[in-house]
Design a protein around this ligand. Sequence first.
Ligand SMILES: Cc1ncc(COP(=O)(O)O)c(C=O)c1O
Length: 485
Amino acid sequence: MFTTKFGKSGAVWLLSKETVLVIQISMLADVLRDDQFAIEQRFIIMFYCDDLFDHSVTGTMNYSRFLTAVSAARKPSPIRILTELQQRSPPTLISLAGGAPNPSTFPFQSVIITLKNGGSIKFDEASMNRALQYSGSYGIPELISWMKDLQRALHSPPTVAYAAEKGRMEMCVTTGSQEGLCKVFEMLINPGDNVLLDAPTYSGTLAALQPLGCNIINIASDHHGMIPEALRRVLSRWDPAEVRRPGSTVPRVLYTIPNGGNPTGASLTAERKREIYQLAREYDLLIVEDDPYYFLQFQKPWAPTFLSMDVDGRIIRMDSFSKILSSGLRIGFMTGPQTLVERVVLHIQASTMHTSTFTQLMVSKLLQDWGQDGFLRHVDSVVEFYRKQRDAMISSADRWLKDVAEWHTPTAGMFLWIKLKGISDTQKLIMEKALEKEVLLVPGGVFNIDSSLPCPYVRAAFSLSTPQQIDEAFKRLSALIKESL
Ligand SMILES: Cc1ncc(COP(=O)(O)O)c(C=O)c1O
């Protein structure tokens, strides 16, 4: 049986019940010229394919269903492709391609960065030339490869061995996870789309999401994060059968911060993650797992991640080095299905081109030197620091705030989320009176979808101040609350 009709974006062949071949339209001509392929055509049933990765045909994720028109329209920059090629070529390659400037004209000669452990990172003239030059948009190969090894070791993502079209795990470097988040939302969210998240949430996420004109639906949460039953209730407004109907309003994206939430300090339990993942399967949702506090978990073993459960290729995970290596270097990572990572990389190509080669090399040299064990030892020492800070904040809260506030002890991150008793909105209290008393916290309302609604919470960070300063701050806050009651 032979049916020949192609879709706009490509075609799907069913080679056998088990083997599916998905070809993008750009590659079609080459494939059809291939002799080997021509022979195999005898065994091929060709399917109509208006939708490149149609679930019903291939049994894989239909990623095109999730893309905005802007993202779907992004095309690789021919010059950037050459840069990637050059990056992977032997030094004997003579390239007259590209428009890279000549680094001999740059004023910087060499750099030695002294490490706190007494070691150093050296940039001689050759590595300096590389550090100061354009590089590929996915990130420098050795950093990406180091990070892929780390993801495999920490999360064993099921998608590592998948075929590309089935959602094979891919990674790219982003200029902080904020860049990744912003580009992921631009890739997935149209005006009017229903988007799920558990507010109060990171204000940077709201800042990236709200201008897209989407309808943010709040899923109730507690100190263990998003409540799966609440998610189920919200989703029950729709029939899972509607999901792929054109024009369906079923949400396609769920965002959450699984560990040490900003601002709540909440961490999802493994059980909740499994339930949420299951619901995501039922309703074909993508989950954006924004996890910059993953490495700041105070208990071991660390919680299993959504990425570790991702049998479908529906997780987009954002990691960040901001909390463990440096926030100013701006190094983050996106991990997800190749099809989606590629879309974000095309956006990077068209905007920043790549994260600073210098900072990538600096971090990469450090990581190569440390190895995974050295990196994880460093993470342990950072965790120890924040655990002590957290404990100091909790004991100061116990000392000064017991009668006037309530909180849950966070098991990760750097924030304590404090509910002030008898105060309906903390905005005025913090922005006016607290400043007079020389203590500053973040009024909780800024983390809500509608920041104008009254909110009785404040966020206190235990990252920067000394235990003595934290104690004094809570003493002042306690006096302030008592005066306001
Ligand atoms: C939940 C959350 N996501 C993302 C970010 C952005 O981090 P980065 O410095 O990696 O851009 C932050 C920063 O505080 C955050 O709290």
